[in-house]
Design a protein. Structure first.
Ligand code: AHR
Length: 510
């Protein structure tokens, strides 16, 4: 088997690791007097695709279900997502968006057609969760709406009709049809995606072709004031795509999407296991995650060429860890376990987004429930909150906070720095520091100089567990939940904290 230079470097690093491990020291400076950009709350967005049990069973059980529900939406899941202050939800795809025909999902549910989900195991979709259900669900959890329209196998006319149906306050026949189906007032589409992955499942288009398709679509749709129009952006590091879209269609969009998934092996045929992995795949998963930072920097620089003021948003509307599916799970349902590694991967990604907060103002982790790096797993009437859910929970105060520059000098962990961190001042005036210790064996003692102001007190929470792949199970007390953190002090203009091995720590400075 061929091994990449990176994989060999990781193997050499692991072979040289000492048997006895001691806490190491990390130094840094936090510039409390140099406020940066605001972290858009929508960077904490979610994505739900009509796929496997991501919606059916995971969110939607129908009003007649024995599982406690509100008008068909699971109460436990709704409660957990509300508690997370989910800012925005994207639907119906993903790849599914470009085979979705909205008329299949309106009107009396028992009359809706059964359609085949060609991208995801040819599952028979009963279309019970359609337009009304999506907007009602978003209202229920208090989230903004992100609708991805079909620009792959649909037409501009079909898209224009859908948008009119949803948003028109008029007496047009489409607005009246919405009223006849039970909704008097129009809804707001906060974000409107014109197709999904047009370079792949969304139509296998080349950049110039898609740029023209995009222009054609926006020429016929009227999404309404305050809607952010998102163009289908690059696949990972396809920088030519970004350059072409910016020059051919840049005038017509508000945001350009970016999709990048973390695969521990970097190989789509054998991605790596969600559980039962060794330190080699712990480390390689983080190495792959940091590619996000390289990509954001490079796409941002290209966007700067024609948009130096960062008016156009880079919307990372699909990101997260993608592993080999859970053995025995139905093909195409993208089911995978979620462990401590996922929580730390999420934290590193969120830190990266904070560092690019001037450009990245929307991001949607894939996916919200039961699919890929999920917040929530369900099984019948049971629900479990994953380690990733708890990472999002700990980061909640960063929604809408103002970035503060944080420089960290950390020892190496393989090709990476052992500790990653970001800081921001929240709306409550308090400063939060999010610190991730990637090293699975060594604690790291962080000592950060507080520049420009002081702090009187520090408190915090920590997320860690026994094993790299500790998870939360259905019928047991969860192994990975945030705990109060008592290993931090402030004195002499410094904050000092000892981060346990493989941990996420979020500190609050008063
Ligand atoms: O999230 C799963 C799939 O990944 C989405 O449908 C698609 O957009 C991407 O390739």
């Amino acid at each position: 088997m061929k091994r990449s230079i990176k994989a060999c470097a990781i193997a050499l690093f692991l072979a040289a690791a000492p048997a006895v491990v001691m806490a190491q020291t990390v130094t840094g400076t936090l510039h409390l007097d140099q406020p940066g950009p605001v972290i858009a709350p929508e960077v904490y967005g979610q994505f739900m695709e009509q796929l496997g049990t991501g919606i059916d069973g995971g969110v939607w059980v129908g009003p007649g279900s024995e599982i406690p529900n509100t008008r068909g939406f699971r109460n436990d899941v709704v409660g957990a997502l509300k508690a997370l202050k989910t800012p925005v939800v994207r639907w119906p795809g993903g790849c599914y968006a470009d085979i979705y025909h909205w008329r299949n999902g309106i009107g009396p549910r028992e009359q809706r057609p059964i359609t085949l989900n060609r991208w995801w195991g040819n599952k028979e979709e009963n279309n019970a969760f359609g337009t009304h259900e999506f907007f009602e669900f978003a209202e229920l959890i208090g989230a903004k709406t992100y609708l991805s329209i079909n620009a792959g196998s649909g037409t501009p006319a079909e898209a224009a009709d859908w948008i009119e149906y949803v948003t028109s306050p008029s007496n047009s026949h489409l607005a009246q049809e919405r009223r006849a189906n039970g909704r008097e007032q129009p809804w707001k589409i906060d974000y409107l995606g014109i197709g999904n992955e047009p370079w792949g499942c969304g139509g296998r288009m080349r950049a110039n072709w898609y740029a023209d398709v995009f222009r054609q679509y926006v020429g016929f749709i009227t999404p309404g004031a305050g809607t952010t129009v998102v163009a289908g952006g690059p696949n990972a590091d396809d920088y030519d795509w970004t350059r072409t879209l910016m020059s051919v269609a840049g005038k017509d969009f508000d945001a350009l999407s970016l999709h990048y998934y973390t695969l521990p092996t970097g190989d789509w045929t054998t991605k790596g296991a969600a559980r039962g992995f060794g330190e080699d795949q712990w480390l390689s998963a983080f190495v792959q995650t940091y590619r996000m930072e390289t990509m954001l920097r490079a796409h941002d620089a290209i966007m700067d060429e024609t948009d130096p003021g960062s008016k156009k948003v880079l919307a990372v509307d699909e990101w997260g860890a993608w592993y080999d599916p859970t053995p025995g799970s139905p093909p195409g349902w993208l089911q995978q376990q979620n462990t401590l590694r996922d929580a730390l991967l999420a934290a590193v990604n969120l830190n990266i987004f904070h560092r690019h907060a001037d450009r990245v103002k929307l991001a949607n982790i894939a996916q919200m429930v039961n699919v890929l790096q999920a917040m929530i797993l369900t099984d019948g009437d049971e629900m479990v909150l994953t380690p990733t859910y708890y990472a999002f929970q700990m980061y909640q105060p960063f929604q809408g906070a103002t970035v503060l520059p944080l420089e960290i000098e950390a020892p190496a962990y393989g090709p990476l720095k052992a500790v990653d961190g970001t800081a921001a001042r929240g709306a409550d005036g308090k400063v939060r520091l999010a610190l991730v210790n990637l090293d699975p064996d060594r604690a790291n003692t962080v000592s950060i100089v507080l520049g420009g102001a002081g702090a009187r007190a520090v408190s915090g929470q920590v997320l860690t567990a026994q094993a790299m792949d500790s998870q939360n199970d259905f019928d047991a007390a969860p192994d990975v939940t945030p705990q109060a953190f008592h290993d931090a002090r402030v004195s002499g203009g410094r904050v000092t904290a000892t981060l346990p091995a493989k941990s996420l720590v979020v500190l609050t400075l008063d």
